[in-house]
Design a protein around this ligand. Sequence first.
Ligand code: PMV
Length: 342
Amino acid sequence: MYMTTTAIAPTNIAILKYWGKEPGKEELSIPTKSSISFTVSDLETTTTLESEKRKGAAQEISLTLNGTRKAEVSSEHRYVDGFFRTVARFFPSVSEYDFRIISQNNFPTAAGFASSASGFAALAKALSGEVLEMGNLNEDRLSAIARLGSGSAARSIPGNGGIVLWQRGGSMWKSIAKSLYPHDYWPDLRIIYATTDAGEKKVKSREGMQVSVATNPLYGSWVRYEEKFLKAAMLEALERRDFPALSGLIMKASNNFHQICFGTYPMLRYLNESSFRIIEAIEELNAGGIKAAYTFDAGPNAVIFTLSKNEQETRRALSGIARDIRVTKPGMGARFSDKHLS
Ligand code: PMV
């Protein structure tokens, strides 16, 4: 029998970063600490999954990403193969199918815009509609499955989207992401994607974080500090919708994360000249009181948080530095679609 399912999943931007897996639990992507993100409206991956009972002895998987068929030796294909292999440990019938994956992002891939988050969330969601055994998975379990593809993908699953907390959890079905507040919780919040460089990043997150855990002597202190203090402070600022307080914490968390990267050996440098110019521009904008906050993932592009009343001023501060500015807001999570890609 031949089946086709399409799912759409949004990207998410972490305000409390995930960067590292618990030693010994790497294959299950159990994180060393919790993380918090905003689900982002408009920046999405659409994935159509076609499955058919396996014909040959070996499982066949084909992957077309943004219109290009990926070679079996490409990193993307290997990540997808690894994902199916790990999922099959929990749902053995996954290995009885051949899969054809067609996936399309509406934003630049692998430049620090977390395409792996939306990509694996969409793939996990589509898979749950294809494989009978997985058909009645609840959202918590689906979030754990998405995590096996890419840690941050766990946070793109909850359907209510909005503000999502991925608890460290410690084990396969406990390390899951849940929506704390839905997408319309903070209507005047704006999330601005400021692209400085749309190229592929040099060291992929999953490799970079492994080196940080292994080599940065301050790694354990960072984990303890964020888990104990920063997380609690952020949850409180989010509950109060206190923009100035939250902004300060967002920028601290971004700085802390990049400090962990700098202290990694060999050094991980994701920020570039334009990133530092954006940091300066936001600091200037905030001189008379906080109007915006920056955060950077494993790439040079900035994501800026502001309120609608300060949107124009924030855009002006970024113009001349960023090549492309895209304004969006908190959005919904993963869902099925009946518009198949071909
Ligand atoms: O999900 P991964 O393996 O691509 O790692 C994501 C890491 C960061 O984007 C840098 C931080 C995060 O929490 O999203």
